[in-house]
Design a protein around this ligand. Sequence first.
Ligand code: ACO
Length: 282
Amino acid sequence: MATKTITRETVKIEKNGDGITWLYLNRPEKRNAMSPTLHREMAEAIDELATDPETLVLVVTGAGKAFCAGQDIALNFRGRETATPAENRRNRANSASWRWDKLVTFPKPTIAMVNGFCFGGAFTPLCACDYAIAADEAIFGLSEVNWGILPGGIVSWNVVQMMNYRDAIYYGTTGDTFDGKQAKQMGLVTLHYPLEQLRDETIKFAKKMMEKSPAAVRYTKEAIRAVRFMNEPQAEDYLNAKSDALKHVDKENGRQEGMRQFLDEKSYRPGLGHFKRKKKEG
Ligand code: ACO
């Protein structure tokens, strides 16, 4: 199938007919720094893709040599000093919603493919995606301290969720940079590859996720995120209810199909691979 590309002012969507949708922050000349327009367009794009049947896995990445250089210091900080309270409120809502709420609740697997610079406010969408796959050569930094602010929005909260406390304090207060391999050691990214392999490896991983039951993947990622903020009795109750709900929403009836293929047909081993899906859908 031919590539479909939708280009907006600051965002590009690319589909190649294989179920993978590439959502680019598309201001390469500004290292994909996040402007008010970009925040709005990303919020709109993610909403559209959440229910798009052609999108089975979403990859968020950056055009050019950066993933994202953080908030646009000219348009989002200095520029906001002269904006109206209504404009500021709208911008803040867009900025917060796509970088966290809309990505973290995206119903299909999400991958942040970190192809280059990743600074400050970019850590929020990085952490919101289910998986982060980074180039070894990518450069990460909590650079806020270098220009006299703290990692705001929810960046400080994001980094203590993902990195250990010592690393969060160290990199937050020094602004020192680190690369994709170090990001993996800190737990900030899932996988890392040399830049020249990054796209191919991301496609390979996305295809692997498309082979799994979409309902089981969705409910599992929702459950893992939710239980982090629960105590044990709450988690047990929630997980029981969530498991019951999964039986009802899973159009492929994976539980029954898995048992049938393992116990009756003896055609696979669930410890080593997944059951044969009859149909693939988002
Ligand atoms: N905000 C606004 N403009 C930016 C930003 C940004 N965050 N990052 C880069 N740009 C612009 C530059 O001003 C420059 O614009 P110009 O061509 O009109 O002069 C263009 O992007 C290219 O930037 P260079 O610095 O020339 O590119 P280089 O590849 O050498 O360096 C780097 C890239 C390291 C990302 C550098 O631009 C930089 O340090 N940017 C700021 C990173 C940062 O601290 N971000 C804010 C984090 S805090 C937060 O997000 C709340």
